[in-house]
Design a protein around this ligand. Structure first.
Ligand code: SF4
Length: 326
């Protein structure tokens, strides 16, 4: 029974759980200078805390959990975490968001542990641009990871952050890719965060032109599922894969908000671009705290705002997306 309903009657059945804020990539729009984690902070949630947390959310009607980071596969126990969450009653879907540098090896084990889907960051199919954006030369490992995920039966979506002057001219490359590959590629509009002002001003571009281009080429918009994210996705009968857009700057973007976030240290974040986040970690120490934890989550949800205020250049307290898993 969905009990996570906010004051705008939106139902929250989808939890994005960050299990680390460390990442091995140096993406120019997120962590260009690498991790900047305060060493004084306590470590990420352990397995028992994660089980108590997801059990509480499942009891409130959450059906889907996405494991995010930083880069979640940096955690040695990532397979155990997925296995434990998959075993929680009420959780039907477990998915992961990853930069895929370890996916070629990990995909079969993730699938066996109950993972159903993988969202993979790949901003360019051009090796040189990939290295320029991520600070890594592992684009082939990422492509191999995509193939391994498909082979393991995972549903694969590829996220490409749309950047003016970098990959905004790559629609045809990505179209060639989905001609034969059964994946969904989504262009995500570059979002303003606390640490990327200059980069945002230099590279932000709306996805509207690309979407129009697609419709002119005969692509049709697809129905969105209740547990789906905010992407609008398109299909074409001549293509195995799909294409889509995540446009946080579009009007009414937040009308269909259906997800809550937990940081890797147990802070509940009501909105990606919201102000502040409250820790619930002290309530994850014992299953007997379940009721108090659920009441705390419900009380917090009642304060959730109707939408972000990115259009007013208000990006809340999110300094980089790695801190909360996007
Ligand atoms: S920006 Fe905030 S309110 Fe809007 S869809 Fe994302 S999480 Fe929901």
């Amino acid at each position: 029974m969905a009990r996570l309903i906010d004051s705008y009657q939106r139902k929250f059945r989808y939890l994005r759980l960050s299990i680390t804020d460390s990442c091995n990539f140096r993406c120019s729009y997120c962590l260009p200078n690498g991790n900047c984690i305060d060493p004084a902070l306590e470590g990420p949630l352990n397995l028992d805390e994660i089980i108590n947390l997801t059990t509480a959310f499942a009891g409130l009607g959450v059906e889907k959990v996405r494991i995010t980071g930083g880069e979640p596969t940096l955690r040695r126990d990532v397979v155990d975490i997925i296995s434990a969450i998959s075993a929680v009653e009420g959780i039907d879907q477990v998915a992961i968001s990853t930069n895929a540098y370890r996916l070629a090896q990990l995909a079969p084990r993730l699938a066996a542990a109950g993972c159903k889907a993988a969202n993979i960051s790949l901003d360019s199919l051009d090796a040189g641009k990939f290295a320029r954006v991520t600070g890594q030369t592992t684009n082939q490992a990422v492509l191999d990871g995509i193939d391994a995920a498909l082979e393991a039966g995972l549903k694969v979506k590829i996220n490409a952050v749309l950047m003016k002057g970098i990959n905004d001219g790559e629609l045809s490359n990505f179209l060639d890719y989905v001609k034969t590959s059964p994946v969904t590629i989504r262009f995500i509009e570059l979002m303003r965060t606390g640490d990327n002002k200059e980069y945002f001003e230099k590279h932000h571009v709306r996805a509207d032109v690309l979407a129009l281009d697609l419709v002119e080429q005969g692509w049709e918009v697809m129905q969105r599922g209740t547990l789906s994210g905010p992407a609008e996705e398109y299909f074409h009968p001549d293509y195995h894969g799909h294409l889509g857009f995540i446009r946080p700057y579009a009007k009414n973007f937040c009308d269909g908000c259906n997800r809550l976030r937990i940081s890797c240290r147990g802070e509940l974040k009501l909105c990606l671009f919201g102000d502040g986040q409250e820790s619930v970690r002290h309530l994850l120490q014992n299953p007997t705290q379940m009721e108090e934890l659920q009441l705390t989550i419900l009380q917090r949800l009642s304060t959730k705002k109707e939408s972000h205020s990115l259009q007013d250049d208000n990006f809340g307290t999110t300094r980089q997306l790695a801190s909360i898993g996007g």
